[in-house]
Design a protein around this ligand. Structure first.
Ligand code: ADP
Ligand code: MG
Length: 721
């Protein structure tokens, strides 16, 4: 239904931060865990217990990486301090040059620095270079072969190695400048920076599984007359589960005993508690506020609605939006481009007899360039937006949907069950002579048993409320947008709109007169005559007016599409001050959508997800109203499990906000790199400064992405502009 499932985009996620691993770092499934950057690999190594600890022999000993990093930082600081001795010579020239008697002392210091620095090179430079070399060895498909070969980290290592070697030569010769401090500090900052960046990425993408955290680990069940406390993982369907006041619900299930109020905010973002009593359905993760309840489990573990939402989010995260593919293409050229600039700078200086300053400028160019904004901006921002949407009870199936939702300019809304409350009220029944109300209800309820239309609920409930039972129906059939038909005791009955009945050549006039203008009229007939007419009253959803208003303020044009007749449709449309098209069959709705799209606009369709599947599927963004329990059977790219229309403008607002953040990040990346690389190339930045700038730039990128999708609900409702 969406073009999202292209397998070439299927991502591998980083073992440390769970963000997609860029193509050029993938190893084609060679190893079990893959990392998106050196930082994540390093951080993962830090967090993982050392091999010795695994054996249990030296429990608690930190991994060698911790020691290496700690040692590296400590030594680099010492190297910086001792290097000042040599700077005096650089700054004051011959005046500060050591007098003859002190030369041996200076030489001693130089050798000391050489020793300290070589420890740093071994402890931090080797892992960095090792990772880069691994990337070079990576077998990659023909398409990406080239990208895999260039790794900025490797060139940084070469640059640092050159600075170190140069210093060693100068130390042995006893003349020339020493760059031990630069070499050591660059290694420390690059490693530390990439390590901290990995942590920031992990935190920013971290709440995977956060939804499920609201499901309690332990549960009380009644089995064989006994009440036991067991692990939630061991719950089974049909178990009777106790949930006391203040406890979270461990399963999806139906209340079999007790009454209470339930807080479902973890799923729907709705703060107002819901009253529940026997027969009501509860979802795992909601919290029982007042009374003690017994539930019969209907969904446990991975079958719960919450687990399904979590899985959808997980999949959504790995399908990247178009803007990311564009960024990927740029970043494929970015690293080679930076490398070329660096090599060019070095070559130019070398040819002009200044290889050393060429070396440092080239190193600065490599260090300051920050490709991470390109790779990171979209995945982090979309992931944060998807998660924030979920907190409002909005489940979005992919980043691609998010991207489209941001561009939506027209929204079509279904009437019954979408703009109006799902629950209808049976306002009046008229029957033909010789037909009782109960009979009419039994036949209709029989036909409606298989239907998921809101009309079905009222008729079936009313029949049961009157103590009658739905009739048995054979060969029942749904007539989309019209009603239903089926055989009851051999007689063919049909139930539905006036249009349906008239189309069978049956008069729909009743002696009681026309139905009330504002109600939905549903007719029951056999092959010869009209048997009954039901009038159903519908009420607007309390948030419908605000939602329509918010859409309009966002510059989105809302229109109501309905299969109902003009009377009730116009009443609703007037109340909401909304354009309306009535008397539509499902195919007409499709045509309507198509013509709106032909005008070049992206359109969203909001419907109840079950009746309106084809239309939802045809829209650029199909938004299904419904509960989390319906999630599996619904069509659509967006599921409003909060079951509120005000989530429609909120969805669009979150999407726009996320896209804005992504663009902001790309703009930052572009200007930062252009300015930074230029300054580094002309020699205004030292390598140490360049490495630090790069670290802050990546933190800025992470910070911008983290905020993506943070839209306040009340802001959307009374947004002006
Ligand atoms: P809407 O666009 O308002 O959701 P539908 O296209 O679902 O309306 O249905 C249009 C009309 O068809 C309804 O107003 C009703 O008269 C009739 N209809 C559809 N489904 C049913 C049903 N299950 N039972 C009775 N009538 C139905
Ligand atoms: Mg409908």
């Amino acid at each position: 239904m969406t073009q999202a499932g292209r397998s070439s985009l299927a991502s591998v996620e980083c073992l440390h931060c769970a963000l997609p691993v860029p193509v050029y770092r993938r190893d084609g499934g060679r190893s079990s865990g893959q990392f998106c950057c050196f930082g994540c690999r390093f951080a993962h190594g830090l967090a993982r217990p050392s091999a010795a600890e695994d054996d249990g022999a030296l429990g608690g000993l930190p991994s060698t990486l911790v020691l290496r990093l700690g040692l590296g930082i400590f030594l680099a600081i010492n190297i910086m301090v001792f290097s000042w001795i040599f700077y005096s010579g650089e700054v004051f020239g011959a005046v500060a040059a050591p007098d003859e008697p002190y030369r041996p002392l200076f030489a001693l210091f130089a050798y000391l620095l050489m020793f300290l620095c070589s420890v740093v090179v071994v402890s931090l430079g080797f892992p960095l270079a090792g990772d880069a070399v691994d990337r070079m060895r990576t077998p990659i498909g023909a398409h990406t072969r080239f990208r895999g070969r260039v790794d900025a980290n490797l060139l940084i290592c070469i640059g640092v190695g050159a600075a170190f070697t140069l210093s060693v030569i100068h130390t042995v010769r006893g003349q020339g400048s020493l760059y031990y401090d630069t070499a050591a500090m660059v290694l420390v900052i690059v490693t530390l920076g990439q390590y901290l960046e990995a942590g920031a990425k992990r935190r920013a993408s971290g709440a995977a599984g956060a939804l499920l955290a609201s499901v309690p680990r332990r549960a009380w069940v009644r089995r064989g007359g006994e009440v036991l406390e067991i692990d939630s993982a061991d719950l089974a369907r049909e178990d009777e589960v106790r949930v006391r006041a203040g406890e979270a619900v461990p399963v999806d299930g139906r209340v079999i005993e007790g009454a209470s109020r339930i807080d479902e905010s973890s799923m729907t973002g709705e703060a107002r508690p819901r009253d529940v009593r026997e027969g009501d359905r509860l979802l795992a993760g909601s919290v029982n506020l007042d009374g003690a309840l017994w539930l019969r489990a209907e969904g446990v573990g991975q079958e719960t609605a919450l687990a399904r939402v979590e899985r959808m989010l997980d999949e959504a995260r790995l399908r990247q939006p178009r803007i990311q593919r564009a960024a990927d293409r740029v970043s494929a050229w970015f690293v080679p481009g930076v490398v070329l600039v660096a090599l060019g700078v070095f070559a130019w200086h070398a040819l002009n007899g200044a290889p050393t300053s060429g070396l440092f400028r080239a190193l600065s160019v490599l260090l300051i360039s920050c490709p991470c904004a390109l790779g990171l901006a979209a995945p982090l921002a979309t992931w944060n937006a998807l998660r924030k949407a979920a907190r409002h009870g909005i489940v979005i199936d992919s980043a691609i949907t998010l991207e489209r939702a941001a561009a939506v300019r027209a929204v079509f809304l279904d009437k019954t069950g979408t703009l109006t409350a799902r629950r209808l009220r049976l306002a009046r029944i008229d029957t033909a002579p010789g037909v009782s109300e109960i009979q009419a209800l039994e036949w209709s309820a029989g036909l409606e048993l298989t239907s998921l239309h809101p009309i079905a609920d009222v008729l079936v409930d009313e029949t049961e409320r009157r103590g009658a039972r739905p009739a048995t129906v054979e060969a029942g059939k749904t007539l989309p947008g019209l009603g239903l038909e089926g055989r009851v005791a051999g007689r063919l009955l049909c139930l539905g709109s006036q249009r349906l009945i008239s189309s069978r050549g049956i008069d729909t006039e009743f002696p009681a007169g026309a139905p009330e203008e504002a109600t939905i009229a549903v007719y029951l007939a056999d092959e010869e005559r009209l048997l009954a007419r039901f009038e159903l009253a519908e009420v607007l959803r309390e948030d419908a007016a605000a939602a329509v208003e918010a859409l309009r303020r966002m510059g989105v044009e809302p229109t109501m599409l309905t299969g109902d007749r003009a009377g009730p449709a116009n009443r609703i449309a007037r109340a909401l001050n909304l354009a309306v098209v009535s008397d539509l069959l499902p195919d007409d709705k499709l045509r309507h959508l198509e013509s709106a799209r032909a005008a070049g606009r992206l359109v969203a369709m909001v419907g109840d997800g079950i009746n309106d599947s084809p239309v939802l599927a045809a829209a650029d963004v199909g938004i299904a109203m419904g509960s989390a329990a319906d999630l599996a059977k619904q069509a659509g790219n967006v599921h409003l499990i909060a079951d509120r229309v005000d989530r429609v403008p909120l969805t669009l607002a979150i999407a726009r906000h996320a896209m804005l953040r992504i663009r902001l990040n790309l703009a930052w990346a572009f200007s930062y790199n252009t300015i930074g690389i230029t300054l580094a190339a002309v020699g205004w930045l030292t390598p140490v400064f360049a490495a630090s700038a790069m670290f802050f730039s990546s933190l800025i990128v992470v910070g911008i992405s983290r905020g993506a999708g943070s839209v306040r609900r009340d802001r959307v409702e009374d947004a002006t502009s």
